[in-house]
Design a protein around this ligand. Structure first.
Ligand code: SF4
Ligand code: SF4
Length: 390
């Protein structure tokens, strides 16, 4: 669909207003085009869905798929599905266990048109636990199968190779309860991807990875290797937290950030969290759009604005902490509270951390020895976590 069609709902007054906004943000004509496309979607014109193949699963999924993590109303998901989105990612632990139930309502009656991905708990490493997780998810989702079951939150390659877990996943597939296996990772991601890519058994078919314009080149390379090996890579955290900043005036960096992730052909799809219809419009309208020089400028400015507090979860600081505190996971939990505004998710993420590696280990330290590669003040983040989760 051409830009002319996309902007058919914008009248002259809107056009002039948008021009003034982009001029004040110093973005010029190219920026205006960008904003017009977003505004076109806001006015009700959506692009046709764009699909890519999810690695060796062969599933054709929409490049903008649905991250259900923080969506309180099933109608928002249903609207996305009605517009052609065909992949939804959830987990039982989101929203204190309610998230899969919301997805269940959204997929009711159209289950066979959609692919559903969920996760076993990060603490589940035995056959019994994996079976329990999958049975519970099937019942909460009110479905007889899960398309992609993901081993959640790997921070090293080791957990991908636990024989008992693999056996349980295989048995579940034989029973027709799950179709494909995936992993998710937030920290030490390049190493985790390398482990599943080099696995001679080619056990895992997909990888859900935190990937955005702030990610290091080593992650981009690891994603390329994984994709070449047939692993379907899905990007999450594409907004680098989605922190609010005044740096860009009234313009949102979100479409630019989403386009940045999708311009990487080794990424099959992104799963932005869409809490409401405004977010849905903003995200879905990106399908088919290209990353422009203006987008790059927006991301440059946005990136600089969030530098003082953005943690990319690389985990490199953890080797410099004598207590091996899970600094990247703690920072991720802080991001859920501060940027996503979800204390529930923040607390659930923090509670997943082993007690010996949470921020209480910092109480025994006279001074913080941990060093961040980006210069973040780790001590103050740990103090914040201590007071927040006390
Ligand atoms: S204060 Fe710093 S060095 Fe000490 S345990 Fe906490 S993160 Fe590690
Ligand atoms: S605090 Fe710094 S070094 Fe540690 S995970 Fe975050 S960005 Fe990496």
């Amino acid at each position: 669909m051409g830009i002319a069609k996309k902007i058919r709902h914008i009248n002259r007054r809107d056009f002039l207003k948008l021009g003034a906004v982009t001029a004040s943000a110093g973005l010029g004509i190219a920026g205006l085009g960008n904003v017009l496309k977003g505004a076109a979607a806001a006015a009700g014109a959506y692009p046709d869905p764009v699909y890519r193949t999810l690695g060796r699963t062969g599933l054709k999924i929409t490049v903008v798929s649905f991250g259900a993590m923080l969506t309180p109303e099933h109608e928002v998901m249903r609207a996305a599905f009605d517009l052609g989105v065909n992949y939804v990612d959830t987990a039982r632990r989101y929203m204190n266990g309610r998230n899969e139930e919301i997805v269940a309502k959204a997929i009711k009656g159209i289950r066979n048109k959609l692919y559903v991905a969920t996760k076993t708990l990060a603490s589940s490493n035995t056959r019994k636990e994996i079976f329990q997780d999958v049975e519970t998810s099937l019942s909460k989702l009110q479905t007889d199968h899960i398309d992609v079951i993901q081993l959640h939150n790997l921070s090293s390659g080791d957990r991908a190779f636990i024989p008992e877990v693999r056996e349980a996943y295989r048995e579940l597939r034989k029973q027709g309860k799950v179709r494909f296996f995936g992993i998710t990772t937030h920290s030490n991601q390049a190493e985790v991807l390398k482990a599943v890519t080099d696995d001679p058994e080619r056990f895992f078919d997909t990888a859900l990875v935190a990937y955005n314009f702030k990610s290091p080149p080593s992650l981009k390379e690891a994603i390329a290797r994984a994709a070449r090996a047939g692993i379907g890579v899905i990007a999450m955290k594409t907004q680098a937290g989605g922190y609010k900043t005044d740096e860009l005036g009234p313009l949102s960096p979100h479409q630019a950030a989403l386009k940045w992730a999708l311009q990487d052909a080794n990424v099959t799809a992104a799963i932005p969290g869409m809490k409401d219809m405004d977010m849905l419009r903003e995200d879905l309208s990106v399908m088919g759009m290209k990353l422009t020089r203006t987008d790059e400028k927006i991301l440059e400015r946005y990136g600089k604005a969030i530098d003082p507090y953005y943690c990319c979860f690389c985990g490199q600081c953890e080797a410099t902490c004598p207590q091996h505190v899970a600094i990247s996971d703690i920072n991720r939990s802080l991001m859920y509270a501060e940027a996503y505004g979800s204390m529930e998710l923040a607390r659930a993420t923090y509670d997943e951390i082993e007690s010996k590696a949470n921020a209480s280990a910092c109480l025994g330290c006279d001074g913080c020895a941990a060093r961040c590669v980006s210069g973040l003040d780790i001590a103050s983040k740990m103090r914040k976590a201590l007071s927040m989760y006390a």
